[in-house]
Design a protein around this ligand. Structure first.
Ligand SMILES: Cc1cc2nc3c(=O)[nH]c(=O)nc-3n(C[C@H](O)[C@H](O)[C@H](O)COP(=O)(O)O)c2cc1C
Length: 217
């Protein structure tokens, strides 16, 4: 039986905004910060949600959601995760990743492509210390992406750990780290009326400067 989705297929008119090329500047980091700030004003809860795509050694792509935890002074994008997870193993074999922010209500998307590395222990420790104790315990208890016997098993592990570390700080496991994406390409996409959308691409050149181009929508 076929299933029609009439209500999920509205004709969008992309008329929320336009892309101010001057505001984007010549270094995409300022545009990244600007769009994050504007997304944060619109949606303080979800603005830092991004999709991280990796490719494993067999060439198989995989995508999942992670949260942007910060942009460092060099313009690297940070997220916190597990080196032994499916994504962590893919990254250690192939550090080329893509990030995608999809800010649908603003008719915007921002693509970032880059090289993903593990940040310094100091960066990971600082973020770890800022996390609520419950989240720390959950990270310690969960062998991310592994098959587990059931939910009860996880709850029992959290309870055991809680007893073990009672009265002390929860140490950061070696596999819980901040990852850093060093960008080599950005694409700022802004929906415009009549499907004449704006697409501004920045690519990093060998000398570290950025080249800016306009792409056809
Ligand atoms: C809104 C949202 C935010 C998430 N943020 C993170 C995150 O910051 N870090 C993380 O490891 N997983 C996060 N996850 C879970 C991942 O999407 C994913 O399930 C998990 O990292 C395991 O992925 P993998 O098996 O591909 O490694 C988030 C999921 C959602 C829906």
């Amino acid at each position: 039986m076929s299933y029609e989705l009439p209500d999920l297929n509205p004709r969008y008119e992309y008329d929320v905004g336009e892309l101010d090329e001057a505001a984007l500047g010549s270094d995409p980091t300022s545009g990244l910060r600007l769009w994050l700030a504007e997304a944060g004003e619109r949606d303080p809860l979800d603005f830092n949600v991004m999709v991280l795509a990796t490719v494993d050694p067999d060439g198989r792509p995989a995508a999942r959601t992670v949260l942007l935890r910060g942009v460092d002074d060099s313009g690297n994008l940070r997220f916190f995760s597990n080196t032994q997870s499916r994504k962590g193993l893919a990254i250690s074999a192939n550090p080329q990743v893509s990030l995608l922010f999809a800010w649908g209500a603003a008719h915007r998307q921002l693509h970032v492509e880059g090289i993903c590395v593990v940040a310094t222990a100091e960066v990971s420790d600082r973020y770890w210390a800022s996390r609520p104790r419950d989240s720390q315990l959950a990270s310690c208890a969960s062998p991310q992406s592994s098959v587990i016997p059931g939910r009860r098993w996880l709850a029992d592990r959290v309870a055991e750990l809680e007893e073990e570390v009672a009265g002390t700080e929860v140490p950061r496991p070696d596999n819980s780290v901040m990852f850093e994406v060093r960008p080599v390409r950005f694409e700022f996409w802004q929906g415009r009326p009549h499907r004449l959308h704006d697409r501004i691409e920045f690519t990093k050149t060998a000398d570290g400067s950025w080249t800016r181009s306009r792409l056809a929508p």
